[in-house]
Write a protein of this length. Structure first.
Length: 217
């Protein structure tokens, strides 16, 4: 994971913790919130890995039980090792395979969080998060006005908070920081939307950011 990508994701987590009155936050408050958020993520990640291990162990025990109770092995003497048996892909075992795939996804997510937590202490990452927060705090009214301008038919107060926060971070970068290619900022905004929001969010966010670039950048 690149430092800037980590900065954007951590900034999104930070924004989720802020209330509407961002003016009341001091610069050091942003660092404190990021630190607390990362600790929460690490704890959640640890719990997820423990759950995955438990689920995989349960699947293993079910396979062992299936083998023990197979007719070929029920007829064998107790002191003789089991004969390996074929496992039919019944709906039960298909469900177990699906469960293993889900566990793998959870593990990858936990590793992603671990990498994010490690990068959170990187000075470049911390500095860029702080820059995003400060610029948004300074220009929040302009940024929210841009969102309202292009969110046709939507009241900004009724948008999903996660979508608003992704847009706020991206517009801050595009219009006021101007330190990364437009395509990179937009692409990573869409990745955050895919990861954290609804199926419809990426296209909605892409449309607004494209109009922001066209009009203001």
């Amino acid at each position: 994971m690149q430092a800037r990508r980590a900065s954007r994701e951590l900034a999104l987590i930070l924004f989720s913790q802020l209330d509407k009155n961002i003016d009341k936050y001091k610069d050091e408050d942003f660092d404190s919130i990021v630190l607390k958020s990362v600790r929460t993520l690490i704890s959640s990640s640890s719990d997820e890995i423990s759950l995955v291990a438990s689920e995989l162990n349960e699947i293993k025990n079910q396979i062992i039980e299936y083998e023990n109770n197979h007719p070929d092995n029920l007829q064998r003497p107790i002191d003789i090792d089991n004969i390996p048996v074929k496992i039919k892909l019944t709906s039960d075992f298909e469900a177990q395979v699906d469960k293993m795939l889900q566990s793998a996804e959870k593990t990858l997510g936990a590793l992603d969080i671990a990498e994010l937590a490690t990068l959170s202490s990187n000075s470049d990452v911390k500095e860029y998060i702080s820059q995003i927060c400060k610029e948004y705090r300074t220009h929040k009214d302009e940024i929210d006005k841009m969102i309202s301008e292009f969110a046709f038919g939507w009241d900004i107060e009724r948008l999903f908070k996660i979508d608003k926060d992704i847009l706020r971070i991206s517009i801050t970068e595009l219009v006021f920081i101007k330190d990364a290619p437009h395509k990179v900022v937009i692409d990573e905004a869409l990745e955050l939307a895919k990861k954290y929001s609804t199926d419809d969010s990426p296209s909605f966010i892409n449309g607004i950011l494209a109009r922001v670039v066209e009009r203001y950048v």
